[in-house]
Design a protein around this ligand. Sequence first.
Ligand SMILES: Nc1ncnc2c1ncn2[C@@H]1O[C@H](COP(=O)(O)OP(=O)(O)OP(=O)(O)O)[C@@H](O)[C@H]1O
Length: 491
Amino acid sequence: MASFPFILQVQQGQHQVELSYNGQHLEFDGADFDEPKQSSGCLPCGPSSATAAGRRTIKTVEILNVTIEDGNSLVVAVASPKNGPTKESVLERLLFQVKDMPNAVQWQTNVLAHVYKDIKRGRHFKVLINPFGGQGHAKRLWENTAEPVFKAAGCTYDLTYTTHRYHAKEIAKDLNIRLYDAVLCVSGDGVLHEVINGLMERPDAVIAHKLPVGPIPGGSGNALSFSLLGEDHGNHVTNAVLGIIKGRAMPVDLCSVTQGKERYFSFVLQSFGLVADVDLGTEDMRWMGEARFTVSALGKLLSQKTYPCEISYIPVETNADKLRSAYNHHYNQPVVWADQTHDELDQAHPTIVDQFGGINAPLQSSDGWVTENDEVITAVGGKLPWASKGMMLNPASSPNDGLVDLLIFPKGTGRINGMQIMIGTDTGEHIYHEKVRYMKVKAFRLSPKGPSGYISIDGEHTPWAPYQVEAHRGLISVLSVDGRYARSMRE
Ligand SMILES: Nc1ncnc2c1ncn2[C@@H]1O[C@H](COP(=O)(O)OP(=O)(O)OP(=O)(O)O)[C@@H](O)[C@H]1O
């Protein structure tokens, strides 16, 4: 391979421009990005970030494609942060006139080989769109924002609009997985939950569970998207698409949830009490978008309603400061990708066996179970830091530590403490509040004692009956550029 920097002289109208790629950045020297013609064909129109000297720098991860078009145009397609407070990425097509075609073709080949060094270029996706997710904007988000970015990157796809509940699950169960590099859901977490459960229920789950998934935020909560992209970018469609095009398969744990004779796989939250009420009891507030969760949670915290239950768990760490140290230690370790690790499901172990026996097995004292009979405001197990925008319930969550985060707001919290805790969930600081219990557990079992109420598994309404949860390491993979979730705990 040629050595860095790869340099190409091109023309941009009257300007002579030098394109220089050094393996980390692409630098444009002499370009004038202020003229609208330079972003012709961009969807949406690209921002200007030219400096006085006509220099501009684009990171490798932001480069989608380099194409030669109309015989003598070199087009560099990028998705980079726009100027302004949100720093949301936007698609731009930067257009130059080629002066020396053989050199331009060589430059294109060298740059693309490096930009897509560890990742397949021109991936083919199965795309599922829930036209009714969130506030019903998923179709528009796909057509106006996501699709142009995939096209610019040379990706292709088969598209299906979900027409009914469980449609995504049916599709995942029947999908010819060999055709696709990933399944993408333009939806909330509910459709992703269906896809994951569809893949896990297949007779060939041993192979199917390896098909990566990718969220494109089109629901109300978008917990996976926020966890991947962070508080500021979780709702940004172009950022999500960039992560899908340039990401690698990151191993992500699934929780096995057993209830009666059923088993579900959960990747977001298993909630009881207030959080389940907020999740499932606010359908009539869907018009509010993600604000429905905050508004409803506030009302319910003020009411101080409690829910009797028995909770058993196998604790691993119950101290919030120690959880933060462990989080930071782990966060600084090198990333491990799905193709560099083994999970529990392989030809030698073709089914997932719950180490702690599931809901119908007696609790073994040798496993270290602790049991509490009490009333709680809410008890939530989970595997993702963010539950929605401004609601970081499980800040110590890790994609693949093989453990479940368990959060309990006990009875008697009081309104003032309740308000402080609620404010704390914005940044995850609630876990340090004296009235909050937050821990890592190997498994937990929750038996509701009240007459009726909500239990939510990833936003799905499940029966009012005892359930048991344990995590299984790296059972699915999610496309990610960073190989870890966005930072959710302070250093
Ligand atoms: N065409 C459809 N008609 C009715 N329901 C649908 C349709 N397509 C999907 N669904 C159901 O909608 C549910 C919620 O979908 P989704 O997760 O996309 O949105 P959401 O609930 O707004 O988002 P979030 O889970 O982030 O809160 C899914 O469980 C799915 O079964």
